[in-house]
Design a binder for this molecule. Sequence first.
Ligand SMILES: *Cc1c(COP(=O)(O)O)cnc(C)c1O
Length: 378
Amino acid sequence: MGFSTDAIHAGQQPDPTTGAVMTPLYLTSTYAQEAIGKHKGYEYGRTHNLTRAALENNIAALEKGKYGIAFSSGLAATQALMSLVKAGDHVLVSNNVYGGTYRLFETIYRDYGIDFSWINTNDFGEVKNSIKENTKLIFFETPTNPMMNLTDIKLLTDLAKENNILTIVDNTFMSPYFQNPLTLGADIVMHSSTKYINGHSDIIGGLIITSSDKVFQRLKYVQNAAGAVPSPFDCWLTLRATKTLAVRMKQHNENAIQIAEYLSGQKYIKKIYYPGLKNHPQYELAKKQMRGFGGMISVDLGDAGFAYKITEKFKVFTLAESLGGVESLICHPASMTHASVPKERREAMGLTDSLIRFSVGIEDIEDLIADIDQAVQL
Ligand SMILES: *Cc1c(COP(=O)(O)O)cnc(C)c1O
């Protein structure tokens, strides 16, 4: 089936009791048992919930995987992934990841005896040289937040396979509509479904997709044993949202391309980071492994004071953390999403104090461009 058909139907069938076309919201923490040990396969809400199961099957289809597993946030999903390693193991991570991922690994999991190396995952030689005997996982984002660096998924996952290392791709920025890392060789895909997948800025959620039986069994066990499950209502909202993922992503992409091209011609822009621009150093790779370029654009204005001032002047764009919703947002990564990353690390990756990130929504393009024009008039 095509993407939109799967988005609307996969994992769902009319409710057997009433024929309700939309998956019901199963708000129950427990299920009646006929006799001890005699039940319909449902015992307790943390372990089983049909609204959640529908979402899990839906996202598995969209990411071309066998299994989906839902969590209460993107970071809860990342935390569950850390149960694939133990003390003494080594993990390679791309050096520009979501700030909270950096914080989780460095300030919590390092204390549990897991060693992390922060590397440029698109530098094949650097990855090769960083692999140790105890390397068990490679975790990377592509494109990265907020520098929009790409990693060649096929090249990296081939290398990982030769070395018996599991690969995890944080696919939050592209959504399954534009990129399917499992089809390029990745073992595991994760999403902060808070962002594009839900797309309406009204839930916090995380999703993991894999086709490996072994990985699935471990993560499904952790989902129940550690218990960071999403509420049935959040699952229901997300399931409703995936139905329009394709149309939303098309519009995010179309708007972002126009804004990136417009900004490229403006004198106040020192540098622009968007993989859909021909002068992005990885434009060819973007076209090879993605079906679109997404809605995220970062720009360096070269002047932190100017950057600070204009963030207060937008009227359609809202100054806020997060991304991927239907509404346009701007953010100052150095003091917002990436404040937990030390300044030297930020500067080393080009994440300066004069960098502004746009999450381009699906409003009318004329209004978005007019808003940028009025904001930069100081
Ligand atoms: C937001 C985000 C996360 C964390 O997800 P939460 O839902 O906020 O816990 C992880 N990775 C990326 C790329 C993100 O943008």
